[in-house]
Each structure stands twice: as structure tokens, then as C-alpha cells.
Design a protein around this ligand. Sequence first.
Ligand SMILES: Cc1ncc(COP(=O)(O)O)c(C=O)c1O
Length: 382
Amino acid sequence: MDDAALPKPLIPPVYQGVSFTFESTEQLKKATAGAFPNHFYGRLGNPTVLGAEEAIARLERCDHALLFGSGMGAISALLFGLMTSGDRMAVDRRVYGNAALLFKTFAPRLGFHIDWFSSEEEAEACIGKDTKIVYFESPTNPRLDILDIARVCAAAKKYKALALFDGTLAGPIVQNPTELGVDIVVHSATKSLNGHHDVLCGVIAGPKDLIESLRITRTLLGANLDPSAAALLHRGLSTISLRVPRQNGTALKLAQSLEQWRQAGKLGLQQVLYPGLESHPQHELAGRQMRSFGHIVALDLKGGTDHARMVADELNHFKIAASLGGAESLVSLPSLTSHKGWSDEELASAQLSPGFLRLAIGFEDPEVLLSDLNQALEKAQL
Ligand SMILES: Cc1ncc(COP(=O)(O)O)c(C=O)c1O
């Protein structure tokens, strides 16, 4: 029977094969000219991966997306695909530590210069005619500072620089940075896009011409996502509009209770940081550019590292782990993970105290998480 007459699968099949066969050398010629990059050879693209890419492009409200084997693979493709010797790159100091390390490592080798900034004003001051890329995040990790995305993009546009934005901490259910002027949004799709702590993957999304030109870089770096991993990611994406509001709602509830305990001088809480709290310094800006406030809540504990460690060790439902965005709630200490080895002075310059704890909220019952936090904070009182 003709395949076209058969019922179609509800869930797209996993095209695990690496090579497609051609009915003629004429068709092969078309393939090598780029006619069907997702039906040629696996390093160029793959139909299963394409399905997940199309789902992300729809969520990000932009033309096109390209998947990678990790978030760092995606960030590397931006670096190697867009920067050339003599260019300048303006980067927010608070971006993900390994992204900053990647840029710092390759700046001298590739011959480009990095201008670091820590605020919208500093971004405006350092972006100039030689700036090729402006790279930033909002909310930042782990302090959850909010940057005015449209303002930073306007500064980039003035000098025809590309605005690149890491949206990992607050994805497309929360905000659509390309609608605020961002040219390319990048994610560690390992986090909320997949949502189950079981796939390592990254993605870039933006206008078709720009993203297609970066396909060449992905092909040369060989940083592709495996089709089986793409199928898991695609399944995760199908529930994102249920998962993320649930996580963000729980995060807001926990942040409000924690803030009440802090204001009452209880449980050793020095500071509770969450963009949805009125006490957050950029609460009003967050309300303008985000539809909800994300699933990360940050705490600063009065007793420093020992206090933060005690709380983490006493928690039962929050697991001690380094990721975020998945079903299970996690707790991590920047002083032992992303900012390991930093002196108290260095931590202070990043406005991070040794007692900092990051909570990444999962799908659990909010009441269970709240009483877990309460008992851990009570037991850990110094
Ligand atoms: C904000 C942010 N960007 C990028 C990455 C890198 O992503 P991956 O671990 O998928 O390579 C991470 C990882 O934690 C991250 O938190």
C-alpha cells in the first residue's frame, strides 16, 4: 500500500539512522546543495530533531531553532559562528560561569576583546561601533537580578551589534525575549524546556537566515543532539505550559512565606530573593517583561556557609544537586558549585554572601515543600 494512504503516527517516530538514501545522483546533488539538511546526514540535521526544533521555535515565537548536544554546545556555536578576530563582545559579568569562562578562554586565542558590564548603564557605555555581540541573561543566576531586556537590546541595535540572550532561568512560558529586541535566544534546554533532569541539550532560536547560517557552525563543530534525546525533549516540551506555571506558582508561594518569616526575624533568614516579591529591587521591571517570576528562589542565611550547608543537609524533599527546571526540587550552594573556590571578597563583589542557597522548585505539593523548608530552617538555627 502507498505509505501516504496509511494512518499517521500521533507521536513522531524516532529517526535513529544517520544516513538517508537517494533515488538518483540528481537527488544527491540537490542534497549537497542544501535542499534538505534534515534528510541527508545526521551531523547536518535529523527529522526527529527538527520536530523538537519546530516546537521550540513556536514557543519562542520566532522562525527557527537549532538543537545542540548541550547548552554549552549551543553557546560555543554562537561564539565560533559569530566572532572574528578584532571584534568586541560586551558580556554581563553575571552570565553563567562556564559561558564566561568559554569567552575568556577563547578571546586571546581568537583575537577578540571582551567588555564586561554589570548594569544597563554600563552596557550602554561599553557597547560601541566594534561590538559584534552583546551577551546577557535575565534573571541572572543565582542572585535573580532582572535586566531591562529592551534597553540592552536598544543599545546593541544602535551599533548594529547582535543581542544574544540566555533564557535558561526563565523560558518561553515566562518571557519572549525576541519580542523585546533579542536577535538570538539560547537555552540550556537541559533545564525547563526538557523539564525532567534526563536529557542534556541546548538550543538557539531566532530569525531563519541567522539560525541557518549557524547550522554550518553546528555541522563543523559536530555539536548535534542525538535523535533519541530529541524525542525525550519533544515529549517534555509537550507539557511545558502545565509544568512551568505550576513550578512558578509554588515558587511564589514559598518565596512569600519565606519573606514573611524573614520580616518576622525568624529562622535565620538574612534575605529572600525572588523577582515576584515586592521587596525585590527590580520587581516592577520583572512585572513588565515577565508573565510570571520563574521557579528559582534564592536565600541568604545569617550564619554563612555552615548555616547554608546545615539547611541543605536537613532538607528531605529538596535534593542536593546542581541543576534546575525539572520535576524534583533541588537545593544548591553557589559557594560549593558555580562559585567554588571564590574568596569571601570575590563573593562579595558578585553580591553573593557565603550563606547563599539556591532553591529550584519542582512539581511537588507546595505545602510539603514549605513544611520541609520550615523544619530544615528550624533545625539549622545556630
Ligand atoms: C544559565 C545557563 N546557561 C547555560 C548552561 C549550560 O548548559 P548545559 O549544562 O546544558 O551545557 C547552564 C547550565 O547550568 C546554565 O545554567
